[in-house]
Design a protein around this ligand. Structure first.
Ligand SMILES: Nc1ncnc2c1ncn2[C@@H]1O[C@H](COP(=O)(O)OP(=O)(O)OP(=O)(O)O)[C@@H](O)[C@H]1O
Length: 782
């Protein structure tokens, strides 16, 4: 049966988790409202940046934080569960960062049941809609922890790593995984809870109870059109086998966020690695242009879910997010968008091979036992005396009858039908609590792939070896058929026959002896017939043994093959080790290179710091020089002023002296000399005064010249200072250029620096035939 394109597409929905206490608390500490990076509507999610939408993603459905798990289940999971009952393989898995609500969605709690318990309930309810069909249901629960697959339905002390194998028909199966048969919801749930208890949880900074492993809860459903084994009808109708996988993935997280150390850190690495492989596989499958080989082998998770990723299954992905994370939510949404492009090829799988279907084998066995029971029941009419002689035979017969009846009852009860799940009626039908004991089938996964060749006798001997603790767990639940879940097992279709063996026929006394002899004769014949039939059985058994030996031989062949594979794997390991060795060598070389580069860097840094010191010194000297020049200028100015002052004072003193002299002379001339002498004296004084005045003027001119000379000197010093400052700048640029040339391999950068150099610096560089400058000139200058 093929399905529409819509059904073959993988359905992807997003569930938004409400803010949890940790996020609220962080907000309260900052006393600012939690930053919400996202906004959601019914079908899409938008990224917000300051209230403005920057990116949008669309999915089949987006569940807001106010929508319940039941909403989600009804909308997206229920159709898949119903189609699993109809015979399609189905997988639902939850993906998202740690603490985003995957386990809450898949497992839920007592008050808010998750997708797994809701699906179990749905399976048993849906079966009631198919009264013409009979079902055989099994459950398994496995965990992938640190890349090791283990069985969650066995007790801790018995748990061992399980191997993932590929059957001849290419189906992937987990060898030796327990598959428990269930006949009612309570039983199924009890296995879910048992597995849940055995699962690995741990505390991290992000989640008080973080799943540290991926888990896959699987229900195996076998169904076929109903036939009545009691009536001997053993029509060979096809059997449909489907798997319903309910997967709770561990969450991705950065070690820094979770505060993971030691074992938690290792778990985190393995989780991230397998999620990365899952994302890679999905990416490959969603890219139409990349058709071809998909490597599912890089992680156990993708290998086990191979069928659900681009294969024969309907798949639903639930991505869980929180509005209070940006990066992690973005990465989950990107994963979801990629997964949406993936296509599967779901179809109903029918099996006709008896060895593959447990249901078929049970049916055949029931019919066979019925036939044998009828044969044994054909012994009738025995007298009281015969009873005595044949009591032993009768006991054996009764025992055989009882065993076969019990067995028919047990096998019939394992078949789940719509009527067997009907709510209990008031009419006094005979009810069984479930079979008394659990039938436990270790290694039944082999039947999935047509590998098992166990006879029913083996199954029942295994039943006796069943784990007593598991049985105790279930025995309580068996009682809940009526009270808790209103499911009951109707055994009306199974009736024990042959109870008429107690009937005794009356006989006449005359013929008694003759009758007795006749009957003894008949009995002897019958006994002979029984012996013959026993011999026949023996023959059959011999045949079976031979068949078993053939199976052993074929198993040995497989063992041989596996040995070959192991050797190949060992060779691969050796070659990988070789590569590892090479890589180690390369790493060491790279480390040596890094060390030498480090050394060079150290040297360069030392040079740089010495250059910086030199440069500082240079600056200091330049400053001192500048200050010295300023001081010289100031002193010269001062000297000039003093000189002018001094000469002015000297002139003033001379004038004063001359005036005094003149006054003396005038006084002398009044007292001592006559008019002629006085006149002569006056003339002399005047002449002295004139000559004195000329001398003073000459001196003034001399001083003026001196000052001009000094001013000339000052301006030349000014010029010299300017050229020194320019030289300093050039020197600095030169140093910068040299440093850039040493450190930089980027021509463009060097060129841009070159263009910023002043012309004298460029000329100087050219003048010194600086290698790089010349190169640059040749490369860039037109
Ligand atoms: N839809 C929801 N409504 C209310 N509380 C929720 C919801 N989803 C998750 N939570 C709460 O958030 C916390 C983390 O959820 P849960 O353990 O399911 O996350 P997880 O994704 O499975 O984390 P991990 O990957 O670490 O196992 C739990 O306390 C859970 O009760």
């Amino acid at each position: 049966m093929s399905v529409s394109a819509e059904e073959s597409a993988v359905k992807v929905c997003v569930r938004v988790r409400p803010l949890i206490e940790r996020e609220e608390r962080a907000t309260a500490e900052d006393s600012v409202p939690a930053p919400l990076y996202w906004k959601a509507d019914r079908k899409s999610i938008h990224q917000l940046d300051d209230g403005v939408t920057t990116k949008s993603f669309s999915y089949d459905r987006v569940f807001s934080s106010s929508e319940t798990t039941n909403h989600l289940y009804q909308d997206i999971a229920k159709p898949l569960v119903v189609s699993a009952v109809e015979g399609y393989n189905g997988t639902i898995f939850a993906y998202g960062q740690t603490s985003s609500g995957k386990t809450f969605t898949m497992m839920g709690s007592k008050l808010v049941p998750g997708v797994i318990p809701l699906s179990m309930e749905e399976v048993f309810q849906t079966i009631q809609n198919y009264p013409q069909k009979e079902f055989l249901l099994g459950v398994s629960y496995m965990e992938i922890y640190n890349e090791t697959v283990t069985d969650l339905l066995v007790d801790n002390w018995k748990r061992k790593p399980l191997e993932v194998r590929e059957a001849l028909n290419k189906n992937i199966y987990v060898a030796d995984l327990t598959e428990e048969l269930v006949t009612c919801l309570a039983q199924a749930l009890s296995w879910v809870f048992k597995g849940e208890k055995n699962r690995h949880y741990g505390k991290t900074k992000m989640n008080e109870r973080s799943s540290r492993s991926h888990t896959i809860f699987r229900m195996i459903l076998e169904s076929r059109e109903k036939s009545d084994p009691a009536s001997g009808d053993n029509s060979e109708g096809a059997i449909i086998v489907s798997h319903l996988n309910l997967v709770d993935l561990a969450g991705s997280a950065q070690a820094s966020q979770t505060g993971a150390e030691g074992a938690r850190f290792k778990e985190g690495c393995n989780i991230n690695r397998s999620l990365f492989t899952l994302a890679q596989v999905i990416k490959k499958l969603s890219d139409e242009s990349q058709r071809g080989f998909t490597n599912y082998r890089d992680s156990k998770l993708t290998r086990i879910l191979q069928n659900s990723l681009g294969g024969n299954a309907k798949t639903v992905i639930i991505c869980t997010i929180t509005m209070a994370a940006l990066e992690e939510t973005l990465s989950t949404l990107q994963f979801a968008s990629t997964a949406k492009k993936m296509k599967n090829d779901p179809h109903v799988t029918e099996v006709s091979d008896v060895s593959v279907s447990l249901l078929k084998r049970y049916r055949n066995e029931i019919v066979d036992l019925k036939r044998r029971l009828q044969e044994v029941s054909s012994v009738t009419h025995v007298t009281a005396t015969e009873k005595e002689s044949l009591s032993q035979l009768l006991q054996e017969k009764d025992q055989l009858q009882k065993e076969q009846q019990d067995r028919i009852k047990n096998l019939t009860k394992l078949l789940v039908t719509g009527s067997s799940l009907m709510p209990a009626k008031k009419i006094p039908t005979r009810r069984f609590t479930w079979g008394g004991k659990l039938v436990r089938l270790s290694g039944t996964t082999e039947r999935d792939v047509g590998q098992s060749d166990l006879s029913f006798a083996e199954h029942f001997s295994r039943k006796r070896k069943a784990d007593s603790s598991s049985m105790e767990l279930l025995e309580e639940d068996e009682e809940c058929h009526e009270e808790d879940y209103s499911f009951t097992t109707d055994t009306g279709s199974v009736r024990a026959r042959g109870d008429s063996s107690d009937c005794v026929s009356p006989s006449g006394s005359g013929q008694k002896e003759a009758d007795l002899e006749r009957r003894l004769e008949e009995e002897r014949e019958e006994a002979q017939a029984n012996v013959a039939s026993l011999e026949g059985w023996l023959e059959e058994e011999r045949g079976e043994r031979e068949e078993a030996q053939a199976n052993v031989a074929s198993l040995e062949g497989r063992l041989e093959e596996e040995r070959g594979e192991r050797e190949e794997a060992q060779a691969n390991v050796a070659s990988l080790e070789g590569r590892l060795e090479e890589e180690r060598g390369e790493r060491e070389e790279a480390q040596a290179n890094v060390a030498s580069l480090e050394e060079e860097r150290g040297e360069a840094q030392a040079r740089l710091s010495s250059l910086q010191k030199e440069w500082q010194l240079h600056l200091l000297l330049a400053r001192e020089k500048r200050e010295a020049w300023e001081e010289v200028e100031r002193l010269e100015q001062r000297a000039l002023e003093l000189e002018v002052q001094r000469s002015a004072q000297a002139q003033e003193q001379q004038v004063q002296m001359l005036e005094l002299r003149l006054a003396d002379l005038q006084e002398q001339s009044h007292t001592e000399a006559g008019p002629d002498e006085q006149f002569e004296e006056t003339i002399r004084v005047c002449e002295t005064l004139v000559s004195e005045k000329e001398r003073v003027f000459a001196e003034r001119d001399y001083l003026r010249q001196e000052m001009e000379l000094l001013l000339g000197q000052v301006s030349s010093l000014e010029k010299e200072k300017g050229s020194l400052a320019q030289e300093l700048r050039d020197f600095k640029e030169l140093e910068e250029f040299k440093a850039l040339e040493d450190d930089c391999s980027d021509d463009e950068k060097v060129w841009s620096c070159w263009t910023r150099l002043t012309l004298p610096t460029r000329l100087r560089l050219k003048h010194y035939e600086h290698v790089y400058a010349l190169n640059i000139m040749n490369t860039f200058t037109p």
